[in-house]
Write a protein that binds this ligand. Sequence first.
Ligand code: SAH
Length: 361
Amino acid sequence: MWSQWRGSRALAEPGALERRLFRLIDRGGPIPLSLFMAYANAHYYATRDPLGVGGDFVTAPEISQMFGEMIGLWCADVVMRSGRGDDVALVELGPGRGTLMADVLRAMARFNLMPPVHLVETSPVLRDLQAAAVPFAHFHDDCTSLPGDVPLIVIANEFFDALPVRQIECTAQGWRERMVGVDGDRFVMTAGSTPMDAAVPAQWRAMPPGTVIETSPASMAVAQDLTRLIARQGGVALIIDYGHCRSAPGDTVQAVAQHRYATLLDQPGERDLTAHVDFAAFAAVAGQAGLRVSGPVGQGAFLRNLGIEERAAALMARHRDAADALTAQRDRLCGDDQMGQLFKVMAAGHPDWPVPEGFGQ
Ligand code: SAH
């Protein structure tokens, strides 16, 4: 579906996607929330750079170079201890402006490591920025075309939260998929007509009406592709995102525009739709592929374990006038009331690979 939307000029006109979805639903009936979210986010990312103070949201690598440097150290450590050195493919999923990968490569170069870089990205706008930040990168539409003969070191920061989720709601008539319909000139959420009881895990079947269960088949498909490749070729994947350690019922889908929460169904494709990442579901997929899972731990603990305090102190000693800014950046990345707890970090690696750093004992 992505390729169908890429590069389509007509869709860049304001409201074009909204009109198209209206027609689709009007003719064919309500569509699953997951499909709405897939259309909306494909359009959103294909038509803009949403990152930064002037955009819709800010991510960890855009807050401070220290974030990418810590991830770069993490990569350097694991490839050196594996004995493979540069003989790996360094992969990033959804690299945004390419800032994280550029910082990672700078940190790895200090250890004379210059692995080939593979970026999985569908947005033409962001690909241009990534190509400028990482000139030698190879681009991929999805994971299926990644190299098939070397271990993969995979980084995914705030990637999975952008993938569509499916929601199933407990109604008085039983469990139903949540769909997006139209009422007059508005999009509305409606319960679908097909019984979904069989899709609900046994422990949640008896939940009260109104309970919502969320799954992300799109994320699980990517996780399966990746974990199979790592099981066959070696390597390790690092997932950083906001979400929960245990699967639990709840509606976590949000819309964000200009750093504020926005209404979910209005102006599809003009705001970022995200959902919390279910780390337990990832761990289960990785376990089925025979990989070893580390974490999840909070982003604050992970970065402190890798030495962000020492890195911040070294930068402050060299740039005294920037000490306040560096302290604020470190606190934003690591603080318990900022990104430190809400964001989690998990690794899934080949069992013959070294246990990665950062996850404590
Ligand atoms: N990792 C970056 C950007 C996060 S925003 C950072 O931390 O700053 C999400 C990124 O995922 C964007 O680059 C977006 O274009 C990309 N993306 C979203 N859905 C995608 C998909 N289905 N396939 C590939 N890339 C996708």
